[in-house]
Design a protein around this ligand. Structure first.
Ligand SMILES: [Zn+2]
Length: 418
């Protein structure tokens, strides 16, 4: 059997595993609450507030689409013309055209050019979120964040590029197997280390101060049967007025994080409600589910890249001999950008179902739909979310059910519980 046949076989096995795992792990059956209840919830928002959040999103919308389009265009130009290959050659030239220099510096150069092209849109976006009072960041703080994320991206990206092209260099026929295993392993590793290595670069995390709220949250976790060592507070207020909470990490690095803005804006009861939602993610192992799907998905992506590498027309457009040489980095960027755009709506769909399950968990655990609704209203109001966004946009991009869907779900739960 040739490596290509093995790759085809491995692809089928991985796809079956991914689809099978998703079929059992994703709560597909959770349909949104009745539309009439959603409209009733919408009616509770003051009209001027809905108008303001819609005006905010109307200003952001063209930027988001322009960003997507521009990102796609630059990736296609770098990948489907010899421009990307030329950029990689240039980056490797000071180092005697060594393949490793081409891989790391060339790869970073290609990504940097793509970032630079969309930078004006990010600047424009910042002016809008500042004007609407969501962001509290000065240009100084904003630039520091940008440089930090470039730095993190360069270190992580450089390591991945070096590892990937070392494998393609030394195992030109079987790199897809090592690459697929390595990509899957990297996703798992990142899930463990991101909360303890990368998140602290951007925020400070401190244990929630002793007091009745902390005691109540830890008691809630215990009642739920979810081992939580600590509830951490992130100093989100240094850049935003938005309120949020999340759970990240796996096993020993699992933590529940509440924004300090949440503690300042919301009532203790609402913080309990948010935490109950996050405990739902922990109890259902949603981070683990996402990690497994991400690991399988990235292994699939590596093998698809390998198989695409036999498409000579594509290689000719990029001006490269093989998809596994550093000069093909632009082509890799083009393929992954297109794949990301195609996979986005499916990921959003899965995310919304998982979030709806965590909402149900919060309702079951607290037995307090009124506070849950108040919390959703607060989240939507402070964060300037459109409580009832355009349905196609919601379907394509939203990671959470809409505010009115979540409020209506609380009403449906209350009726069922009564
Ligand atoms: Zn959630």
């Amino acid at each position: 059997m040739t490596p290509r046949l093995w790759a085809g076989g491995a692809l089928i096995v991985l796809l079956v595993a991914l689809i099978g795992f998703a079929a059992v792990a994703v709560p597909w059956h959770r349909a949104p609450a009745p539309r009439a209840d959603q409209l009733a919830a919408l009616g509770e928002f003051p009209a001027d507030q809905v108008a303001r959040s819609r005006a905010f999103h109307a200003e952001l919308r063209p930027l988001s689409y322009a960003g997507m389009l521009l990102g796609l265009l630059i990736a296609l130009v770098l990948g489907l013309t010899p421009l990307g290959a030329r950029l990689v050659e240039l980056a490797g030239r000071p180092f005697g055209d060594h393949w490793l220099a081409r891989a790391v510096l060339g790869g970073l150069a290609v990504v940097f050019v793509a970032e630079l092209v969309t930078l004006p849109l990010a600047i424009w976006r910042h002016t809008i979120v500042v004007r609407y009072g969501i962001s509290t960041q000065t240009w100084g703080g904003w630039s520091v964040d940008l440089l930090k994320s470039f730095g993190v991206g360069a270190v992580l990206g450089g390591a991945v590029l070096a590892a990937f092209f070392t494998v393609t260099h030394f195992a030109p026929r079987w790199w897809w197997a090592f690459g697929a295993a390595g990509a899957a392993g990297l996703v798992v590793l990142l899930s463990f280390v991101l909360p303890v290595v990368v998140e602290p670069i951007f925020n400070r995390f401190t244990p929630m101060a002793d007091g009745p709220l902390r005691t109540e949250l830890l008691a809630l976790a215990e009642r739920d049967g979810v081992p939580v060592k600590d509830v951490l507070v992130a100093d989100a207020s240094r850049r935003t007025r938005a309120v949020n909470a999340y759970v990240s990490g796996l096993g020993p690095t699992r933590r529940i994080v509440v924004y300090d803005t949440m503690l300042a804006e919301a009532t203790p009861g609402e913080v309990v409600s948010v935490t109950a939602h996050e405990l739902g993610h922990a109890k259902d192992d949603d981070v683990l589910t996402g990690t497994i799907m991400g690991a399988l998905g990235s292994a699939v992506a590596v093998i698809v890249l390998y198989l695409l590498g036999s498409w000579t027309g594509l290689l000719r457009l990029a001006g490269v001999e093989s998809i596994a040489e550093p000069r093909a980095i632009g082509l890799l960027l083009a393929v992954t950008t297109v794949a990301g755009l195609v996979a986005g709506p499916a990921q959003s769909f899965v995310s919304r179902r998982v979030e709806a399950r965590a909402d149900s968990h919060a309702l079951e655990l607290t037995g307090d739909p009124a506070t849950f609704e108040a919390m959703q209203r607060r989240l939507g109001t402070v964060n300037l979310a459109d409580p009832d966004p355009p349905s196609w946009e919601h379907a394509m991009f939203a990671s959470h059910p809409s505010t009115v869907q979540r409020m209506a779900a609380a009403r449906a739960w209350a009726q069922g519980a009564r």
